[in-house]
Design a protein around this ligand. Structure first.
Ligand SMILES: NC(=O)c1ccc[n+]([C@@H]2O[C@H](COP(=O)([O-])OP(=O)(O)OC[C@H]3O[C@@H](n4cnc5c(N)ncnc54)[C@H](O)[C@@H]3O)[C@@H](O)[C@H]2O)c1
Length: 363
């Protein structure tokens, strides 16, 4: 069967990451890139031997030699670009967040159905080899007993600036950015039970840096099967990113740390040039972070679905469930109450509209 021909929209950090992931994806060939910034566009094309470059996404969508579009542009553009791509007959993989409102999500659902094309969102963590193994072990009822709770932590040092700090472009702070990962990882680990209620605290601790965006949130999710999950996300963590998942059973427990725990550690009195933060003192250098973070697994899943006529793992229906939980968390924090699902809120509501950054007196 012929390779799936791929076009990337957005040649920033994630455009480059997907280009690298696609090199390791069987049955895929990166043939085009669309990016308004000429220097970034040409750099990605040169580095990955891409045949065609476009200044605008619409040109790439009109390119008959592209089967699958990967959208890695700023958040607020995801849903409009994905809808345009689907309507142009392209299979579409969209970075998280797939859409910022339930109304957008439902429009995408309709566009995918009417076009007959695959639509997936890029939840790479469910393809991270370490978490895939954790999920296998979580199925061992003999070893774990009754699984009653999960805890997921995703903390980074937060974005530096640019569109990431523009509320209209980003749609929300740490809870939108990292909450997507945390909520979907918990759902997937638990076998995607129905969520019944969400209770959350959402804060802006560093208002000087993040202004109207949230930078710290804790969620308590209650599932219909009686189990619970706690997600903690933050843009405030110095000393290196933390991504951990824990599963608690009555007879056993599991814990995975995405970045640590495979035995590689190093020490320097100065600084390792090729190690991410922290890069001095005792450090745990990452290796093959693209593979270990699950990005090639995510692109492989979509390419296999196209070639084999199966469905993708991260469907628009899964996104709708994730977004409902995120929106419920903002509402819970804003109204200081437990929010039951299905969510009773306008489908056009943006995450930040259901919440507001606390004023100085509130903090
Ligand atoms: N899954 C993950 O682990 C992960 C990690 C980081 C970012 N992301 C997501 O990836 C997306 C991109 O983030 P990033 O860190 O790569 O940002 P970035 O700023 O590095 O790159 C975004 C690129 O999109 C380009 N762009 C802007 N408007 C465009 C348009 N209309 N058409 C085409 N390109 C356009 C920008 O010029 C820029 O080059 C975000 O939605 C973010 O949430 C996901």
């Amino acid at each position: 069967m012929a390779d799936v021909r791929v076009g990337i929209v957005g040649a920033g950090f994630m455009g480059e990451t997907h280009a690298e992931a696609l090199r390791r994806t069987r049955g895929a060939r990166l043939v085009a890139v669309a990016e308004p910034d000429a220097a970034r566009r040409e750099e990605l094309a040169r580095a990955h031997g891409v045949e065609r470059t476009h200044g605008a996404a619409a040109e790439l969508f009109a390119d008959g030699g592209v089967d699958l579009v990967v959208i890695a542009a700023p958040n607020a553009l995801h849903a409009p670009l994905a809808e345009e791509a689907l309507r142009a007959g392209k299979h579409t993989l969209v970075e998280k967040p797939l859409a910022l409102t339930l109304a957008e999500t439902r429009r995408l659902k309709a566009a995918a159905r009417e076009s007959g094309r695959r639509l997936a969102f890029g939840e790479n963590l469910v393809f991270a080899p370490k978490l895939v193994r954790l999920r296998e072990l979580a199925r061992d009822a003999e070893a774990l007993g009754t699984v009653y709770h999960q805890r997921h932590v995703f903390q980074t040092c937060g974005p530096e600036g640019g569109w990431w700090l523009d509320p209209a472009a980003v749609g929300g702070g740490a809870l939108v950015d990292l909450g997507c990962h945390a909520v979907e990882t918990c759902r997937w680990l638990a076998g995607r039970p129905e969520a019944r209620a969400v209770t959350a605290r959402v804060r802006t601790v560093d208002a000087a840096r993040f202004g109207p965006l949230d930078d710290f949130a804790v969620l308590w999710i209650e599932y219909a099967d009686g189990s619970t999950a706690q997600c903690e996300v933050s843009w405030l963590r110095p000393g290196g990113e933390e991504v951990t998942a824990e599963v608690f059973g009555t007879r056993g427990l599991l814990r995975a740390d995405l970045w640590k725990g495979m035995g590689l550690s190093a020490f320097t009195e100065t600084r390792f040039a090729s190690v991410w933060e922290p890069s001095s003192g005792w450090v745990h250098p990452e290796w093959d972070w693209i593979w270990n973070s699950g990005y090639p697994g995510s692109t492989q899943n979509v390419v296999d679905a196209i070639l084999e006529g199966t469905d993708v793992e991260e469907t628009v229906d899964e996104w709708e469930a994730v977004l409902e939980i995120l929106l419920a968390a903002y509402l819970s924090a804003a109204e200081d109450r437990r929010v039951e699902l299905p969510l009773d809120a306008p489908p056009e509501a943006l995450p930040l509209e259901l919440w507001r950054a606390p004023s100085a007196e509130d903090r």
